[in-house]
Ligand binder design. Structure first.
Ligand code: NAI
Length: 270
């Protein structure tokens, strides 16, 4: 019961494969109470109400790019949960360029702005809204979800790579300000490729899923292992960790070459 008595807000559960969905189930198991939220358009598509029932909570619609929606979300969440918030999960990503298969050398700039707003600036908006409303308890914990394309080139990840770099930078920059004022911790978890709606929307996803699976000594980290990590990061056990990008990737980020991949190639050629 690592999260006993803690109150949270979980963004981004669309269906049961969503990382946020896995986090909600684990946070519930760990004793937390929380509200769920997603963009109004997503609420019509997914099964988030089913998750709310399982978690004995409610869903508050909010477009994470709209500050007035976020203000309403924090106000209503504090009312429903009976006090300030201890943890926030930002599990949001979307690129119109990636969706519509516009490669990195042919970006449509209006769509790039949308990518950055939805996938990165919304993280700042969530945190700044909470900061101004004094909505998060001292020693609270805020998490965003990132991908290693922020550090290394994965050509088909397109403009999402730039969004993830910005997301990680916001965690560091705001981590300073919120840390000084309230000891609130802000981190990102850099997750293995995971089969979800957002993940599978990337061109060639199955290829880099298999590649990462073979390259990583432990194999790919799944959504449930990410959820376990999030629970730890929301708990007091991780109270001195802030402004970090933390890898939950089975060791992928430290690998240069894995002989298993070479062995596969040799087997293909014989
Ligand atoms: P998902 O598609 O289940 O979740 C993405 C969520 O973003 C959806 O619930 C969607 O409704 C929400 N969203 C989009 N626009 C929004 C807006 N304007 N306001 C509020 N919510 C909005 O996919 P997944 O994989 O669970 O994605 C969660 C996070 O994990 C994203 O940040 C993603 O980039 C990150 N991630 C995913 C990986 C993967 O391979 N699936 C790998 C590494 C990171």
């Amino acid at each position: 019961m690592l999260l006993e008595g803690k109150k949270g807000i979980i963004f981004g559960a669309l269906d049961e494969r969503s990382i946020a969905w896995r986090v909600a189930l684990k946070a519930k198991e760990a004793g937390a109470s929380f509200t769920l939220t997603n963009a109004p358009v997503a609420l019509r598509m997914g099964g988030i109400n089913e998750l709310a029932e399982i978690c004995n909570t409610s869903v508050i619609p909010a477009d994470a790019t709209k500050v007035e929606d976020l203000e309403n979300l924090f106000t209503q969440s504090m009312e429903q949960l009976g006090g300030k918030i201890d943890f926030v999960l930002h599990s949001i990503g979307m690129s119109p360029n990636v969706r519509k298969k516009r490669g990195y050398t042919d970006l449509k700039y209006e769509w790039l702005e949308k990518t950055l707003d939805v996938s990165a600036v919304s993280f700042h908006k969530v945190i700044q809204t909470a900061y101004k409303m004094e909505a998060i308890n001292d020693w609270g914990s805020v998490l965003g979800l990132s991908y290693i394309a922020a550090q290394k080139v994965f050509p088909d990840y397109g403009d999402m790579a730039d969004a993830k770099s910005l997301l990680e930078s916001i965690a560091r920059s705001f981590g300073y300000h919120y840390g000084v004022r309230n000891k609130v911790r802000i981190n990102t978890i850099s997750q293995s490729p995971t089969i979800t709606t957002a993940g599978s929307g990337v061109k060639g996803f199955d290829v880099f899923f298999d590649y990462a699976e073979k390259m990583s000594p432990l194999g790919n980290a799944d959504g449930d292992s990410c959820a376990d990590y999030c629970v730890f990061m929301f708990s007091d056990m991780s109270r001195m960790i802030t402004m970090q990008n933390l890898y939950n990737d089975g060791g992928f980020s430290s690998m240069g070459m894995n002989p298993a991949l070479v062995a596969d190639k040799l087997a293909e050629n014989t």
